[in-house]
Structure formats: C-alpha cells, structure tokens
Design a protein around this ligand. Structure first.
Ligand code: OOG
Ligand code: MG
Length: 283
C-alpha cells in the first residue's frame, strides 16, 4: 500500500504541475488501482477541491479501439476542472489534452445501488458535454490499472444547458467539431449499447469503489466517439441531437515576455474571477 500511496502522490504532482510521468514499474491490479485513485482524490479534496460528480470511460467501441483497453472504468470529476460553456479552457493546465463528446446526466437522487438508478427521478436532467482527457503518463499510453489509478485521465469538462430527461430519446446523433469542422460523428446508442445503462453501471462501479452517487452530481457517460487532440487556440464544439450544444476555446499560448499587446484568448481575460477552473488548482 505504501507503493500505492507513492503512486498517488506522483500522479497528483503530475496533474498539478502539468508534467508527464513514466508508467509505474510495479505490477498492480484493478482493485489496487481504484485505491490509488481514491487516495489521489483525497489529496485534491484536502486542498479544498470538491467533487462535481463521476464519470465512466471506455463505454463505446470507438474509445476502446482507440485506446486498446476493453473494460469500462470509473473516475471522479473534480469541480476545479470545470470549463464554462462558451469560455476558455486554460491550456497551461494540461500535458497532451484531447477532447471528446459526452452525454452528461444530472443525478436526481442518492444512488447507492444499480437498482436505485432505475427509480423515478434518478436522472434529473441531461445535457451535451465535452470532456478534456489528459493522461498523466508519457505518450498517453497506459494499461487498464494505470488509467484507473490516474483517475481515468479526467482533466476538464464543460456542460451545455440542461434539458428535461426523456428516456425514449436514447439513440441520438453526436458530432464533435474543431474550428467549425466535424472531426468525429457517432450516436449515443454506442454508449454501453444504450446510454440508459450508464447510471446503473456507474452505481455498480461506485459501489465497488466504496462510494455512492449524490443528488446534484453529474455523470459523464463516456464518449460515444474517439477523442481528438486539443491544440491551443482551437474552438471545440459538441452537439447531440435534441440535447443542444456546448463549446469552448482552448486558450492561446501566452505572448512571449517583452512582446507588446495581448492576443485574444489569453487565459484570465475572459473568465469570471473565482469561477470554477479559473485559477490553477492548488495555486
Ligand atoms: C481514458 C478516459 C476514457 C471515455 O469517455 O471513454 C473516457 C482515456 O481515454 O484516456 O473518459
Ligand atoms: Mg470521457
């Protein structure tokens, strides 16, 4: 367990400093990997962060094929990683970020078991989201335990306007655009074969990780398409049929010291002071 604590500290530091680390040499299984994730989150919460909710990963074949990993994974979404719809994502936080479109559910009641996920009011609302994933491992390469330990590469999330939840609308078109060009298109039906399974699946994995889903939390159901690299200055937009859209712009690089003038999109110019994700976490 000491080694697992050490791994959590190394991954936490990598996320805070935006510097990639080599994959761990030690062998460990999925159960230990979730322990590392829990410790990693404990370190963040200790610094004053809060949980916005949870996420699933590798719920679609497109993602599994892209990353060479087969099992569905569970991670936690820190509030400090929020990106406001229509604003800027602070690129100085990331190592080698990628973006992917997400169905986002708003949890309506406490869910302590997969059965609770089927109760009326379990989902309070639904929205289109974009997740920023940013593996803390060099070259974005990892094994299944590695990515679980690294909190499933969770690094940022944006949520569009909430919509009433209509469970009959489960197979919906999804597009991810960069600078107005469609880079990935798919269907929400690719998520677990039916995205209505996401809440029960999250509850099952949460239970195994020793936690429950709280009302007001979000759930990212897992990308329906492969992820796309995020370059500075890129404008990212995701749209899901009937669920609306969400967008943000990746902050441009800071002007070199001594260069007069500022470029549009410099971090700090367009954010609401004190908004989630505005200051770098831990600074
Ligand atoms: C892991 C995160 C996977 C998803 O939606 O499938 C994920 C990764 O690809 O680095 O968030
Ligand atoms: Mg995702």
């Amino acid at each position: 367990m000491t080694d697992l604590h050490k791994l959590a500290a190394v991954l936490d530091e990598a996320a805070r400093t935006g510097r990639a680390v080599p994959r761990p040499e030690q062998d460990y299984g999925v159960a230990d990997a979730y322990r590392v994730q829990e410790e990693l989150i404990r370190l963040r919460l200790e610094r004053g962060d809060r949980l916005a909710g949870v996420k699933l990963g590798f719920t679609s074949e497109g993602k599994r094929r892209q990353m060479g990993v087969r099992d569905v994974i569970f991670g936690r979404v820190p509030e400090s990683s929020a990106i406001l719809d229509g604003s800027y994502a602070d690129m100085s936080r990331y190592i080698h970020p990628r973006v992917e479109p997400e169905v986002v559910y708003l949890v309506g009641r406490r869910i302590a078991s997969p059965g609770d996920a089927l109760a009326p009011g379990a989902v309070a609302a639904v929205a289109t989201g974009i997740e920023v994933i940013d593996s803390r491992y060099e070259d974005f390469r990892f094994s299944l335990p590695d990515v679980i330990a690294d909190n499933t590469s969770a690094a940022g999330y944006a949520v569009g306007p909430w919509q009433p939840y209509d469970p009959s609308r489960w197979n919906l078109g999804v597009v991810l655009e960069i600078d107005g060009r469609v880079v990935h298109a798919g269907s929400t039906g690719a998520i677990l074969g039916d995205p209505r399974r996401a809440l029960a699946e999250a509850a099952r994995l949460a239970l195994r990780a020793g936690t429950v889903l709280e009302p007001g939390w979000i759930l990212l159901a897992g990308a329906a398409t492969p992820a796309e690299p995020l370059a500075p200055g890129a404008r990212v937009r995701a749209e899901i049929q009937h669920l609306g859209s969400v967008s943000f712009t990746a902050s441009a690089p800071e002007p070199a010291p001594g260069v007069a003038g500022t470029s549009p999109g410099v971090p700090g110019t367009s954010r609401t002071p004190g908004s989630p994700g505005a200051p770098r976490e831990g600074s």
